[in-house]
Every structure is written in structure tokens, then in C-alpha cells.
Design a protein around this ligand. Structure first.
Ligand code: HEC
Ligand code: HEC
Length: 627
């Protein structure tokens, strides 16, 4: 059997993780510098606290939080980005120092930490626990495991407990073999350690009991009533339309679920009405009693929005006033659900665009992308009925590329019998770079990734058409065994952009393979394409797939391997059946059928056997019959 060419080994994970590695975001020197500076700011706060300059320390903490928020926004990072971990840890540490000095020590072990340990750790760390560690009781936590103490009171960043929660080494990270704890839980534990890691309950009580009792006493404590009144439709101000967007955009920066000034978050209607540390901040019908209004209106200080970076509009101010006066009613669907983010709201807005608005948006975004790549180079530009081209090549060259692209779009229409006009809403942007350097810069600045050498172009088209572009290195007209020539490169990327239009999840090999295969019809003797079958067989011999049918899956091959595998697979499938069957295969994938099952259904054959037949279509070097 030929199955032996698919070495059954500890699997494609290796390949996938290599791939993830090569596409990993690069962090810029500027970002590194910013992080370092913020860490420097935070370090100074510690000495302010020890000099008992508490007000200054509080102001400095606030400034540092603002600076972190600004950094997160400008670098477009997620709150949970590992880059931010050292910042968050230092921040919790100095906050803890200050709370402790003020006698606040706000974080309760029983309420906050015990529930996390009870639910995530005790299953492995009970009596005779893993690593000699027993987390069933506080006593065990205090004692530590085989490596000694877990907690360095006041120093979360030097506590083994925290480092084992945030390490990026999956072998080391706890809970072992499971998802990392969420940001909120890690920060809560860090805050408790920063405040001195205090606990004055029964150290031998089971973690789960501690947590349970604390939860019960919380319930019996002073409950905050948040009455939510539904809008009748007769109000003149509508919350979701008139209040929510600016509330999120202006106030959400400091009052969200992570940065939560005064314990106040505006991320959902329920949170807004629940208020902050001082209780409810909106009292329906009463401006006088609504702390939120008083802060916005300047009756109380500090005036909101704090800082003078972003003010509010007159219109929003008036709307807010009317909305509270009219009873602060809610016209959304679910008060518990977080409001849509700016991104989501933009998406909903573009769904209503006219064709002209679409084109204007495409141009605006594309020009911004060009600027990110080459801030000081004005691109040459051309526009046709389906395309907007940008490039640093000559005028003539861009015109030539536009002509080729037009021809290929024509043949795509014929091959796939499409009537849509235009193919891409808002047209397709085409970026052409004269030099390798330009294409690499584009990948770096637009996608934050390093691009493997073998990749000469790519397409990105989202289902919503918010993104629709191809980007390419102009590889010149002549083809060799390392370069396909510009026409083939262009055909490949256009085909990719066409296939991605449906938004569905076609595997990379299929998208690249279909592009190269269509190019092959146009350029039959192309030396670059001629190398593909040989390359494909050596890639297969090296691959560590768990089974033949896995070749159909997305992500089984590294980016540099996808071309040869994809090209030979598509050629094989087209020869095996007809265009109709191939079309059915694509349709099944578009509708969400997993690749193996889609291949089996379209070709009426077990996917493993189909894959083996494919491997037999490749030229050389397959070891026969060992087993
Ligand atoms: C699925 C089982 C499992 C879960 C769940 C788990 N651990 Fe572990 N943990 C282990 C094993 C196994 C070791 C010993 C090997 C090692 O050090 O990686 C260990 C070791 C440790 C150590 C090092 C002890 C020492 O002294 O060397 C710490 C600290 C730790 N775990 C903390 C936690 C925390 C905190 C949680 C919950 C968030 C947790 N673990 C959840 C399996 C688990
Ligand atoms: C730059 C950060 C920032 C922005 C932006 C901001 N706030 Fe604040 N907000 C704060 C800080 C800091 C406090 C705590 C002030 C204090 O009590 O010293 C606070 C406190 C509050 C409180 C008091 C909560 C309580 O329970 O005590 C309310 C209400 C509030 N903000 C509303 C708003 C509104 C409404 C907006 C938008 C119009 C807004 N904030 C924008 C930083 C900000």
C-alpha cells in the first residue's frame, strides 16, 4: 500500500505550529519602547507610595492606566495580548501597594481567589497533588509544592503562582493541558497578592467551602437594585441610536470591563444602570439625583469625560438630558448583553451602503493601507469598472497589469458562469510592488507578519466585502523554475479573490491550486508550474499527516508548501472528474462541510482512497509496499 508515504506520527500539529510561528505578529521597536517607558512610570509609583505621597501615587496610577489604554488603542491590541501582561502585572502591583497603604486591601481571598482555585486547580492538586502541591486548603497554598513557596506577598511578578498562570510555555502553564485562565481571573489573583496575600479565615477549610460561603454572604449583602424600564416607542430620544454609540466611544475608554474607573462600566445597559463604586449613577427622571449627569454637566467633579482628550458633542449632551428626564428607558433587545463594538456598528452601517459609497470606502481604506506601507511614496493609480490599482511600478506597467486582469476576470466569468456585476462590491483593490521589499513591507505593516520567500502574492476578501484586495510583487514577465511570471501570479491572486467572495471556508490549498491550475491553461509550458509535481511528492514524503485524507484539510501544509500541493491536487481532481464535480466539491465546502467529507461526497469515494489515488498521480520517489 502507498499509505506509508503519509508517515503516521505525532501529526500535523508540528506543521501547523510552525506555520503559526512564521505568521506571528512582529512587535515594533517603538512599541517595545513604549512598554518600557510605561513600566518605568509604574516603577516610580512604588517609591511615591513608600514616601506616603498617596495622592500623587493615585494620580500617577491613573495617568499610567490612560497611557496603557492609549497604547492598546493605537497598537490595536486585544486586552488579553501577551505583550500587555507585564504591564498589567506591574499595574496590579502598584495598585495593591497603594490600597494596602490606604488600609483598603480590597480583594478578598475567599470571595475572589478561592472560587478560581476550587474550580480550576483542585482536581489535580489535592492530597498527594501534582508537583507536590495541595490546593485543597489555604494551608496547602501557603505551604507550596516541590519548588517551594508559591506566593511572595506584595510581589505578584515574583510569585511562582502567577508565573505558572501566565507563562507562554504550554507545558508549564496551569491549569495543565487546558485553556489559560482568563485575564480577569489572573489579575484578581495578582491584585490579592499585591495587597499582601492576606487571609484570616480557617486555613484548613476546603477551598470549595470557602468559595461557597463567600458567595452566599455576598448574596445576603446589600443588593443593588437595577430596574430596567422598557421604552414604549413614544420617547423622543432612543437609547440605542442616540445615546449608546457616543457613550461607548467616549466613556468606554475608561469605563469598560477591564479598565473600570470607579468600578463603573458602560459596556451593557445593565452595567450602566448598576453604576459604580458609589452605587447607581442614573436615577430615572431625575437629573438632580443622577451622578452621571452631574459629572457630565459639571455640577460635581471630576467632570466627565475625564481628561480633555475627547469631549462630548452638544447633541449628545442634549440627548442625554432628555433621555434621563424621559425615564432612562431601554429600547434594545437584551440589557445583559454587551453593546456592539465600534467595529460591529461600522459593519452594520456598511450593509446599507450604495455602490458609490462602497467604492469611496474601498479607496479610503486602500489608500490608508498604502500609506501604512510607504508613508512617503505616492502610488500610481488606475481605475476600471471592476478594479482600483495602486503601484510603485511605471504607468505603462500598471496599465498592462490592468489589461491582463481584465482578460482574466472575463475568463473567470466564463468558466464559472457568473453574472454578478461587479464581482467585488466596491471593486477589488490591486496593489503591485516593483520590489520584493515593497511586498514584504506591505505584509509587515498591513498584516503584521513575515511573509515566507515562496509567497509572491496573496488575496484577502472578507465575506462582508469590507476587505477586498490582492497584493503582489511584480515578478517580471519571464518565468523560471522559481518565478511563475507576472501573468501567472496575477491570475493566481485574482482567482483566489474570486473564490473567497462567498466568504465560506475554502482551504488554502484549493484557493491557490485553482489559481495556478487556471494559469496553467493559459501558460502551458510554464517552467515554474512544471516543477510543482516533483515538489509536491517530496513535500508529501516529508509530511507527518495522521492519515491520507488529512491532505484535504486546511492548515495541513505550511504556506510555502501549499502551492505545489494545491496545484497538483486541483489538476488531479479536474482530471479525475469533470468541472461539474469540482464545482460540487467547492459548493459543499462553501456550505460548511469539512474538506474530507466534501471530497468524499463529490467524488463518491472514501477520502483516504481518493488521497492515495492522488499521491499515485505524482511522479517519483514513492517507496512502495513496505506495508
Ligand atoms: C490537569 C491537571 C492539572 C491542573 C488542572 C492544574 N495543574 Fe498545576 N500541575 C500539574 C502537574 C502535572 C504539575 C507538575 C509538573 C509541572 O510542574 O509542570 C503541576 C505543577 C504545578 C505547580 C508547580 C508546583 C511546584 O512546586 O513545582 C504550580 C504552582 C501549579 N501546578 C499551579 C496550578 C494552579 C494554580 C492550577 C489552577 C489554575 C493548576 N496548577 C491546575 C497538573 C495540573
Ligand atoms: C480618561 C478616562 C475617563 C473617561 C474618558 C471618562 N471617565 Fe468617568 N471616571 C474616570 C475616573 C478616573 C473616575 C473616578 C473619579 C473619582 O472619583 O475620582 C470616573 C468616575 C466616573 C463616574 C462615577 C462612578 C461612581 O460610581 O463613582 C461616572 C458616573 C462617570 N465616570 C461617568 C463617565 C461618563 C458618562 C463618561 C463619558 C462621557 C466618562 N465617565 C468618561 C475616568 C474617565
Amino acid at each position: 500500500m502507498r499509505q506509508d508515504i503519509f508517515k503516521i506520527a505525532v501529526c500535523c500539529l508540528v506543521v501547523v505550529s510552525l506555520m503559526a510561528g512564521s505568521l506571528r505578529a512582529a512587535i515594533s521597536t517603538e512599541q517595545k519602547k513604549e512598554i518600557k517607558e510605561i513600566l518605568g512610570d509604574l516603577a516610580k509609583i512604588g517609591s511615591l507610595v513608600s514616601k506616603k505621597k498617596y495622592t500623587e501615587a493615585a494620580t500617577a496610577i491613573q495617568a499610567a492606566e490612560d497611557r496603557i489604554a492609549g497604547f492598546v488603542e493605537s497598537a490595536k491590541l486585544k486586552e488579553a495580548d501577551p505583550l500587555l501582561k507585564p504591564l498589567h502585572m506591574q499595574l496590579e502591583k502598584v495598585k495593591g501597594l497603594l490600597n494596602k497603604a490606604n488600609g483598603k486591601g480590597g480583594t478578598s481571598f475567599a470571595k475572589t481567589v478561592a472560587p478560581i482555585l476550587a474550580s480550576k486547580c483542585v482536581s489535580c492538586h489535592s492530597e498527594q497533588g501534582k508537583g507536590g502541591l495541595n490546593l485543597e486548603t489555604f494551608e496547602g497554598l501557603e505551604k507550596g509544592g516541590q519548588s517551594g513557596a508559591l506566593i511572595e506577598p506584595g510581589n505578584p511578578d515574583e510569585s511562582l503562582l502567577i508565573s505558572r498562570l501566565i507563562t507562554e510555555d504550554e507545558q508549564q502553564r496551569m491549569p495543565k493541558g487546558k485553556d489559560a485562565l482568563n485575564e480577569k481571573d489572573v489579575r484578581a489573583i495578582a491584585a490579592w497578592i499585591a495587597e499582601g496575600a492576606k487571609f484570616d479565615g480557617d486555613k484548613t477549610e476546603a477551598m470549595s467551602m470557602l468559595a461557597k460561603n463567600a458567595a452566599n454572604s455576598k448574596q445576603n449583602g446589600p443588593a443593588r437594585k437595577t430596574e430596567i424600564v422598557k421604552a414604549t416607542g413614544k420617547e423622543t430620544v432612543h437609547f440605542m441610536q442616540d445615546i449608546m454609540p457616543e457613550l461607548m466611544d467616549t466613556c468606554g475608554r475608561c469605563h469598560n470591563d477591564t479598565v473600570k474607573r470607579s468600578g463603573f462600566s458602560v459596556m451593557s445597559f445593565e452595567k450602566l444602570m448598576r453604576g459604580g463604586d458609589s452605587g447607581a449613577v442614573i436615577v430615572a427622571g431625575s437629573l438632580e439625583q443622577s451622578r452621571l449627569w452631574r459629572l457630565v454637566n459639571g455640577d460635581d467633579t471630576p467632570v466627565m469625560p475625564a481628561g480633555n482628550q475627547t469631549g462630548i458633542t452638544r447633541k449628545w449632551y442634549d440627548n442625554l438630558k432628555t433621555w434621563i428626564t424621559e425615564g432612562a428607558k431601554f429600547d434594545g433587545a437584551d440589557p445583559k448583553k454587551n453593546f456592539p463594538t465600534l467595529d460591529d456598528r461600522e459593519k452594520a452601517a456598511i450593509a446599507k451602503f450604495t455602490p458609490e459609497q462602497w467604492v469611496a470606502r474601498r479607496k479610503k481604506n486602500s489608500e490608508a493601507e498604502w500609506k501604512k506601507t510607504f508613508p512617503n511614496v505616492e502610488p500610481k493609480q488606475r481605475e476600471s469598472s471592476e478594479l482600483i490599482l495602486y503601484g510603485d511600478v511605471s504607468e505603462d506597467r500598471l496599465e498592462q497589469i490592468e489589461k491582463w486582469a481584465g482578460e482574466h476576470i472575463g475568463s473567470l466569468r466564463q468558466t464559472f458562469k457568473i453574472k454578478d456585476d461587479p464581482l467585488w462590491r466596491g471593486k477589488l483593490a490591486v496593489f503591485v510592488f516593483k520590489e520584493r521589499f515593497g511586498y514584504e513591507e506591505f505584509n509587515n505593516s498591513v498584516h503584521r507578519r513575515e511573509v515566507p520567500r515562496e509567497i509572491l502574492g496573496h488575496s484577502q476578501v472578507s465575506g462582508s466585502m469590507e476587505d477586498a484586495f490582492i497584493a503582489m510583487q511584480d515578478v517580471g514577465d519571464s518565468a523560471s523554475d522559481t518565478s511563475p511570471g507576472m501573468q501567472v501570479n496575477l491570475i493566481e491572486q485574482l482567482t483566489g479573490a474570486y473564490l473567497k467572495r462567498g466568504g465560506g471556508s475554502l482551504p488554502d490549498w484549493l484557493i491557490r491550486g485553482a489559481g495556478l491550475s487556471l494559469a496553467h491553461r493559459k501558460s502551458a509550458g510554464n517552467p515554474y508550474l512544471a516543477t510543482m509535481p516533483k515538489l509536491a511528492s517530496s513535500i508529501l514524503q516529508e509530511s507527518k499527516l495522521t492519515g491520507p485524507g488529512k491532505i484535504f484539510d486546511n492548515g495541513s501544509f505550511a504556506p510555502g508548501e501549499v502551492g505545489p500541493i494545491g496545484f497538483t491536487m486541483v489538476e488531479f481532481l479536474l482530471k479525475r472528474g469533470d468541472l461539474l464535480q469540482f464545482g460540487q466539491f467547492i459548493q459543499k465546502l462553501h456550505s460548511g462541510t469539512p474538506p474530507e467529507a466534501a471530497a468524499a461526497a463529490a467524488y463518491h469515494m472514501d477520502a483516504d482512497r481518493l488521497a492515495v489515488a492522488y499521491s499515485e498521480s505524482l511522479p517519483i520517489g514513492m517507496k512502495k509496499g513496505k506495508k
